[in-house]
Design a protein around this ligand. Sequence first.
Ligand code: ATP
Length: 358
Amino acid sequence: MGEGQLAQRKSEVAREGARPLLSVRGLGIRFKTTQGIWQATRRIDFDIAPGERVGIVGESGCGKTITGLSILRLLPGNFAGLDGKILFDGVDLASCSARQMRAIRGKRIAMIFQEPMSALDPVFTVGHQIAETLRVHSNVGEEEARARTLEMLRRVGIASPERRIDDYPHQLSGGMRQRVMIAASLICGPQLLIADEPTTALDVTVQAQILELLRDISETSKTALMLITHDLGVVAETCTRMITMYAGEVIEDATVDEALVRPLHPYTSGLLRSLPHLSPRHGRLPSIPGRVPSITEMPAGCRFRARCAHAAKGCEAEQKLQDAGGGRKVRCWRFAELNLPGALHPPDTSASARVARQ
Ligand SMILES: Nc1ncnc2c1ncn2[C@@H]1O[C@H](COP(=O)(O)OP(=O)(O)OP(=O)(O)O)[C@@H](O)[C@H]1O
């Protein structure tokens, strides 16, 4: 059994034995717009086990970001309501008070974003900002907060942290700022880290280092990772499980190895085939025709059917996220008969492949 398969198996065993850390059930998110109230996601179901690394993938507009933000209840101002449950360690985040949420946010669940500059305050030193998170959530004095901040900066790979701790965000490179954000998010030892496109804004050579850091941290501190990305290569490198979203719904949930080799949903298969480094090296790359429908124009029945080469009459009916055996789930009634192609080559994680993916 290879290293990847071993990690995968460990993750499966952990999931089988443990109560999920996060259990999202029937999550629906509504927004108010000038044209009325619209449902942006619906019927979202998934679990994340303690210490598990799960990638959430899908094209732009599929609902990945708002699903992540809803867990922390950080939805934008025109948010108009939630359906369903977001059970975190047994507590329903969808219905807990603002006070309870403040105690969880940053301490037990942390989030890092694509652009660290917008999350870091330019007028405070990075050390101050990391230590502040710690002081807000635990009763530690200034000296201890500084010592723990230094230790955390070292842990996330900042060279000479004694010098860097008093730097302002603009004095650091993009990669260092993202490391600082990771340090700030981990300082309280969260059980779940939500990372939304954490490497997209970074130089290609720095991306791999940050992904490796996230993987290492998750492994050593048993922090569960929910990694939101449009890049299946990033998920293949970092995660053990992959949840594919399409038009506000979860359409497939499988281990990364299974999904890459034998996707069950035509959309997952299409995503895999349209990636340069996961597809045949010669000939034109197949792409998925059309685009993700906007929240105001969601079709009835299977939401992917207008773009699907395998659409049939039965696709006009609403599709359930059904058990596909072996812990896999898929929202396609035809999954057993389709025998869809997966990625033909193992993911190329080199910097040049990353450039090709962008
Ligand atoms: N504040 C909002 N008001 C109305 N609609 C919104 C709002 N925020 C997001 N949406 C819609 O919800 C859907 C999901 O958006 P979301 O940003 O979660 O997608 P995504 O998969 O993360 O895409 P991206 O990778 O581009 O961020 C989209 O159709 C989007 O237009």
